[in-house]
Design a protein around this ligand. Structure first.
Ligand SMILES: *Cc1c(COP(=O)(O)O)cnc(C)c1O
Length: 346
């Protein structure tokens, strides 16, 4: 008998829901480069409205969303400030250097949150030797810290000081709806502390493809041109946007279930000798599990559980990351804990 595979590698493994498949099949489409795809236009208007911005742009990936935002806010030779474990810095293949030809200035954070004083100190003054500080990026939830949520007062402090200096703020909000669910606030209470925001439809929200960039109209006009430069001007993209609309209308409300399951998973694993979990960092749909007490490193532990049908990714030294999502039921969480307990019990 084959055991069900419980895939905790990422919320990117989610598949489109039956409702998305139907919406995709029925979608009215047109040439979006001509601005004539009614479904893309509807998705962009809906996304902009939800995050409280003037306009939005549909892009194929979160990475492209971040990169067109950087391109649209900066000029060659500018500097951008970001947190030193930010996705834009760690996982976008040097995009800011390659595409926008900007220099990155990393500032260390605590669970993804930069200290406003350190951000202020990193802003360049007027001196012929210095690059111009053109942009400050924040990330919420913060991926590499295991889905930690930036405190709103931290975001506000950084946004206020950026505004005073006339510097734009971009939010990498790949999982900003998870942040909103975790804080129990409307997502606008988060996005108000950024001039532009990128958010993924393809992660916990289950759309097959796509992200939105939202911000002021003149910024979105520039970002649209940057998307074209990158080859991201898609034609009858309404097929994809239709799933995105279902993602925003139907899938946002259920993210708190993923968070409850992450809590349950964390509590279950914390009871297994050798595994170590800092419950204070379990804030959204991710659980970072320390493996040192088992004598296994992150690769050995992930490889050990794979044949037992529990999949997760190595993240940091002696740490693996498990992510809950629409494909992981409450029963699956119990079953994953049971299998892990059974396999590593001595
Ligand atoms: C996933 C992710 C992205 C990039 O999204 P892709 O669609 O995979 O390109 C950007 N930022 C953060 C924080 C992410 O988690």
């Amino acid at each position: 008998m084959d055991k069900k595979t419980i895939d905790l590698r990422s919320d990117t493994v989610t598949k489109p829901t039956p409702e998305m498949r139907e919406a995709m099949a029925r979608a009215e489409v047109g040439d979006d480069v001509y601005g004539e795809d009614p479904t893309v236009n509807r998705l962009e208007a809906l996304g902009a409205e939800m995050v409280g911005k003037e306009a939005a742009l549909f892009v194929p990936t979160g990475t492209m969303g971040n990169q067109v935002s950087i391109m649209a806010w900066t000029n060659r030779g500018d500097e951008i400030i970001l947190e030193s474990a930010a996705h834009i810095y760690m996982y976008e293949a040097g995009g800011p250097a390659v595409l926008s030809q900007v220099q990155v200035r990393p500032v260390d954070g605590h669970h993804g949150a930069m200290d406003p004083g350190e951000v202020k100190a990193a802003i360049r003054g007027a001196n012929i030797h210095f690059p111009r500080t053109a942009l400050i990026c924040m990330e919420n939830t913060h991926n590499r810290s295991g889905g930690c949520v930036l405190p709103l007062d931290n975001m506000q402090a950084i946004y206020d000081l950026a505004s005073q200096e006339g510097i734009a703020v971009h939010l990498d909000g790949a999982r900003v709806f998870n942040a909103a669910a975790s804080l129990g606030v409307n997502v606008k209470q988060i996005t108000r502390y950024a001039d532009s925001v990128q958010f993924c439809l393809s992660k916990g929200l289950c759309a097959p493809v796509g992200s939105l960039v939202a911000g002021p109209k003149p910024f979105i006009d520039r970002a649209r041109k940057c998307r074209k430069i990158l080859g991201g001007g898609m034609r009858q993209a309404g097929i994809l946007a239709a799933a995105g609309i279902v993602a925003l209308e139907k899938m946002v409300q259920r993210l708190s279930e993923d968070h409850e399951r992450a809590q349950k998973l964390a509590r279950g694993l914390a009871g297994i000798p050798g595994l170590d979990i800092d419950m204070s960092t379990v804030q959204s749909n991710m659980v970072v599990v320390g493996t040192r007490g088992t004598g296994m490193d992150e690769f050995a532990f992930a490889a050990l559980m794979k044949p037992h049908g529990v999949l997760f990714n190595p993240s940091l030294p002696y740490k693996v990351r498990m992510v809950t999502h629409n494909g992981v039921s409450s029963g699956d969480v119990d079953e994953a804990v049971r299998r892990i307990r059974e396999v590593i019990a001595v």
